[in-house]
Write a protein that binds this ligand. Structure first.
Ligand code: UTP
Length: 291
């Protein structure tokens, strides 16, 4: 039986250049999808999976993220005085219990692998989750819970994967598959951002991971990879001979909020999944499509 996963690392130190000028002052992760900042969906998904401790790998100037998950005494007192109890609940539900949130600053955006490495001391020697808030997943069961359940059975590294069109392999970490039962695929290797003709499969890693702490032994070496960045995929690849690696085809649909079109698609999909908004939105969308 694998050790329980209690901690999640949320890398939120990126510059968000694809969303400029929106991200000139506001962190990318604080831009709302429907009615909540993108990063709040990630935290809610992790809490639904039993995660208790949240480690944000952040950057200078992105204090709004930690503030969003902290108690806001003035706002809460003012809502209480006005008897706005529903709104007060929304504010309080977005807070993490004190002591359950840690923030570590990544001095320079040297890549996702480096961002995860920055959390090494806070994680310690136990399995941990990594959630990239940019990838949003609509599912019956929280995507992270699906990964943690699979990890409890197979241990090692378990990451969320999906089949992507071959012409898109250069955007992802891709599995070199050793065996595949249709749901769990065991990998013998990983390749970061391969060109389509060099990709060993079309099974791509999306932004949800449960990782064994052995990955830190490789990240310690600070080896640069694609784009001259310290790549998480490369570090994981180097551990495969000693740590089993499985990709889980999760139940649910992923939206890539790191691109403008994906972000708009996520807004529409999450609004259509909201029973209060969907009946009003559907005729409006139909009208737009027909105009
Ligand atoms: P992206 O590749 O989407 O980069 O990072 P970005 O800076 O956020 O956005 P663009 O490309 O400039 O528009 C994927 C995830 O990894 C984090 C980002 O915050 C995002 O959650 N990240 C990336 C870091 O925390 N540090 C890094 O050095 C790189």
């Amino acid at each position: 039986m694998a050790q329980r996963v209690r901690k999640a690392v949320l890398p939120v130190a990126g510059l968000g250049t694809r969303f400029l000028p929106a991200t000139k002052v506001i962190p990318k992760e604080m831009i709302p999808v429907v009615d909540k900042p993108v990063v709040q969906y990630a935290v809610e998904e992790a809490r639904a999976a039993g995660i208790e401790e949240f480690i944000f790998v952040s950057a200078e100037g992105k204090d709004a993220i930690a503030a969003h998950f902290s108690a806001q005494a003035v706002l809460e007192a003012s809502l209480e005085a006005k008897n706005k109890m529903a709104e007060l609940k929304l504010v309080r539900d977005a807070s993490l219990p004190s002591g359950h949130m840690k923030v570590v600053i990544q001095g320079e955006p040297l890549g996702l692998g480096h961002a995860v490495w920055c959390a090494k001391d806070l994680v310690g020697r136990e399995p941990f989750a990594v959630i990239l808030p940019d990838d949003m997943v609509l599912s019956q069961t929280a995507c992270m819970k699906q990964l943690i359940d699979a990890h409890a059975k197979v241990g090692g590294h378990v990451v969320a994967v999906e089949d992507v069109p071959r012409d898109q392999t250069s955007r992802y970490g891709i599995l070199d598959v050793a065996s595949d039962d249709g749901r769990l695929a065991a990998a013998r290797g990983l390749v970061e951002k391969p060109q389509p003709e060099k990709a060993p499969s079309t099974l791509a890693i999306i932004g949800r991971y449960v990782l064994d702490h052995s990955v830190f032994d490789e990240l310690d070496k600070h080896t640069r990879g694609a784009g001259n960045e310290i790549q998480l995929t490369d570090a994981l690849n180097k551990t495969i001979s000693r740590t089993p690696f499985h990709g889980l085809r999760f139940e649910g649909k992923r939206y890539d909020c790191g691109t403008r079109v994906g972000f708009i698609e996520a807004n529409v999909a999450f609004a259509l999944a909201n029973p209060e908004l969907a009946p009003r939105l559907k005729p409006l969308l139909a009208r737009l499509m027909n105009s």
